[in-house]
Design a protein around this ligand. Structure first.
Ligand SMILES: [Zn+2]
Ligand SMILES: [Zn+2]
Length: 342
């Protein structure tokens, strides 16, 4: 089969790999959709390499169909033709974190992560432990299942940690694929969403996904705009998705007394003074991806409410268009891409 690798300095190559063979407890998934995620770009932009890990097959938002069962996989647990999402980490399977659905936090061994130390999903087939696959509801597309596997699931995971959203104002800094997903979920869950970004195209989509108020932060002070939209009180809930340090500082400023700020953008340095923060009784938290159980619940919620997750994807590509696809994605203008396979 062919798989996509990043060879460094923003170049990609399709290379030949042996078709994967399932070991005990594993299955082979024929990939039908493999999402492009913002975190791909860290490796894509990296310096040139000739050896692993960068020459592993890329792609960590997979979704597809089971085509082969490995030894010991019960026919009651899985069947050829099953449509599955993938939780793209696996660990020892027996520690408390693994047992509670968080193999990415495995405490006994280094978690296996496609693209980092295992082959990823920008290929025709992927080998995965059955336990890391989960059913894709019939009404959901493979693209939606791929998004739930990382970016959209990350938004869901953070919102579930922020508690009841009903009737509250939630300001979401950054309306990339994760922020837009958060806007869609939060509006559906009954929050009043204030969406902040520097890109009008993203803000238009945020509006279409249910944002009540949109703020272009390149046109003026975002904190002032949030205060103006909340009778001067600030936002009860704030989510920071950009990972940009000055934006993270704005997220802290925009929250109301007794409010909660959740930081999910990677890379920001967040500074806060305890005196100022405790006197506003703030709750500050972080969130990283989601558990296997939450991934199933997320897909069920999308199914039950028929949320338009597919509309996050503005570009669909064939794998042999990957060079053009990543050049486009690297600009980070707006939109999200996915490789689709017949
Ligand atoms: Zn990702
Ligand atoms: Zn473990």
């Amino acid at each position: 089969m062919q798989g996509l690798v990043f060879t460094g300095d923003r170049s990609v190559e399709l290379r030949e790999f042996n078709d994967p063979i399932p070991g005990p407890g594993e299955v082979i998934v024929k990939i039908r959709a493999s999402g492009m995620c913002g975190s791909d770009l860290h490796v894509y932009r990296g310096s040139a390499v000739t050896s692993s890990p960068q020459l592993l097959i890329q792609g960590h938002e997979p979704c597809g169909e089971i085509v082969e069962l490995g030894p010991g996989v019960s026919a009651r647990a899985a069947a050829v033709g099953d449509r599955v999402m993938i939780h793209h980490y696996w660990g020892c399977g027996t520690c408390v974190q693994c047992r509670s659905g968080w193999p990415q936090l495995c405490t006994t061994e280094e978690p296996r992560v496609p693209t980092l130390n295992e082959h990823g999903a920008h290929a025709q087939f992927m080998k995965i432990p059955l336990i890391q696959t989960m059913p894709l509801p019939d009404t959901l597309s493979f693209e939606t299942g791929a998004a739930i596997g990382c970016g959209t699931g990350t938004a869901w995971g953070a919102l579930t940690r922020m508690g009841d959203l009903t009737g509250k104002t939630l300001t979401i800094f950054g309306q990339g694929p994760v922020g837009l997903s958060a806007t869609m979920f939060a509006a559906s869950l009954g929050a009043r969403v204030i969406a902040v970004d520097i890109n009008d195209t993203r803000l238009e989509q945020a509006r279409a996904f249910g944002a009540d108020t949109v703020v272009n932060s390149s046109a003026g002070d975002a904190v002032d705009a949030v205060r103006a939209a909340t009778s001067g009180q600030g936002s009860q809930l704030v989510m920071e998705t950009s990972g940009v340090t000055p934006v993270a500082a704005q997220a802290l400023e925009a929250v109301a007394t007794w409010g909660t700020v959740c930081f999910i953008g990677i890379g920001a340095n967040v500074e806060f003074n305890t005196r100022d923060t405790l006197r506003r009784q703030l709750t500050l938290l972080t969130s990283w991806t989601l558990s296997t159980v939450d991934q199933i619940r997320c897909a069920d919620y999308v199914d039950a409410h028929q949320l338009p997750v597919d509309e996050l994807f503005t570009h669909r590509w064939a794998l042999n268009e990957a060079s053009e696809a990543y050049q486009w994605f690297d600009k980070q203008d707006a939109g999200k891409g996915v490789f689709v396979f017949d």
